[in-house]
Design a protein around this ligand. Structure first.
Ligand code: ATP
Ligand code: MG
Length: 380
């Protein structure tokens, strides 16, 4: 029976499976490898994944995205309070201090726990895997951030249980990446030799995780890890804030006062951000009929973005330095720095890696799928 590896990301999920001596990524019903971590309610229907994400702008209040950090936390938790700033749906505090996610479903205002919402998403992953592999799927390995507490881990296990998945193991995302790196390597030092030390940087949507790992044949030792809740979405919101300020002076409209307009702006700046990773020239931003029927125009280039996001890059730098210090490795001890996670494509992050670790970042791993593949390898 097949066991799937699930990377439950704040933005998207990936599923991998060990098959015929290799690891395969499972595609969803849209033939996509990434499934948005998104659950939506429309009248009497529930939509999940790609379909849910696609209708977000027209159904903001009932489209639940970005709930990974709500799991296993109380409503008053400062992290939750911070999440609420960027969440377009309603979240309530329940009498016991826990979180209720509010949405209209079956013509009724309902409140769901983060575990229930996560379970709905997992149901979708389970169906996609079942369809792709043409066999019933129950067993899985789910990856979690290394900084997840016991309460967060328990909440995730509960979600898996509600979805009818048997989670054989929760595996740290950092360990999964490292396992994916070491598993097929034939040339690792023998057990009695000096290990090969590799730094892994996973810069995703909501967080950065840096880890230092020592490899010998058949052995993987985590030396240190550091993390910070800073991710690609923070770049997006800083850019959106920058353009909002500009539009206030230029067009007398403030997107921050209108959730729908702000969401449209976020979508556009995310596209620009990705273009800026590949391109250092000036890029245009144009949104038609934006607010009060005004068309808005502006432009930005990579160097502007780097200036706007200075504080974020400082946090990333500090996180990398913390891991290096805790690992007690010298720069000469480090064999390579491997990068994964969507946001590790940002050139400024690659420059920081070169500065701090004295190595050009390497992309031996599949940046998007490394974590889920490591999860699947665990049970290969
Ligand atoms: P997390 O690990 O925080 O739970 P995740 O695993 O869902 O989140 P990833 O899929 O690793 O996150 O990364 C998604 C992020 O990467 C998004 O913020 C996206 O905008 C960003 N991203 C993807 N491609 C690029 C690119 N070419 N340049 C810059 N950022 C990118
Ligand atoms: Mg991730």
């Amino acid at each position: 029976m097949s066991v799937i590896g699930i990377d439950f990301g704040n933005e998207s999920c990936y599923i991998a499976v060990a098959k015929a001596g290799g690891i395969e990524t499972i595609t969803n019903d849209y033939s996509l490898r990434a499934t948005p971590s998104c659950v939506a309610f429309t009248g009497k229907n529930r939509t999940l994944g790609v379909a849910a994400k696609n209708q977000q702008v027209t159904n903001m209040k009932n489209t639940i995205c970005g709930f990974k950090h709500l799991l296993g936390r109380k409503f008053r938790d400062p992290v939750v309070q911070n999440e609420l700033n960027s969440i377009p749906y309603r979240v309530e505090e329940r009498p016991d201090g826990s979180i209720g996610i509010c949405a209209n479903y079956m013509d009724e205002d309902q409140s769901f726990t983060p575990e229930q919402i996560t379970a709905m998403l997992f149901t979708k992953l389970k169906i996609d895997a079942t369809d792709a592999l043409k066999t019933q799927i129950y067993d899985c390995v789910i990856t979690v951030p290394s900084y997840f507490t016991n309460a967060q881990r328990k909440a995730l296990l509960d979600a898996a249980g509600i979805a009818g998945l048997n989670c054989l193991r929760l595996m740290n995302e950092t360990t999964a990446t490292a396992l994916g790196y070491g598993f097929y390597k034939q040339d690792l030092p023998a057990p009695e030799e000096k290990p090969r030390n590799v730094i892994f940087v996973d810069f995703g949507h909501s967080a950065i995780q840096v880890s230092a790992c020592a490899f010998n044949k058949g052995k993987l030792k985590m030396l240190a890890s550091a993390s910070d809740l800073v991710g690609g979405r923070d770049v997006d919101s800083m850019l959106a804030n920058h353009f909002s300020n500009e539009f206030v002076t230029k067009y007398k409209v403030d997107p921050r006062t209108n959730k729908k307009a702000y969401l449209r702006l976020l979508t556009e700046v995310e596209k620009l951000k990705k273009q800026m990773s590949a391109n250092s020239t000036k890029l245009p931003l144009s949104i038609e009929c934006f607010m009060n029927d005004t068309d808005v125009h502006s432009s930005i280039q990579r160097s502007d973005m780097e200036e706007i996001c200075t504080s974020l890059f400082q946090r990333i730098e500090a996180c990398m330095k913390r891991c290096l210090k805790d690992s007690k490795l010298t720069l000469e001890d480090i064999h390579a720095v491997e990068i994964v996670g969507g946001s590790s494509r940002i050139p400024a992050v690659k420059h920081l890696i070169e500065q701090i670790f004295g190595k050009t970042p390497s992309t031996q791993l599949n940046q998007d799928e490394a974590v889920s593949r490591g999860g699947a390898l665990q049970c290969a």
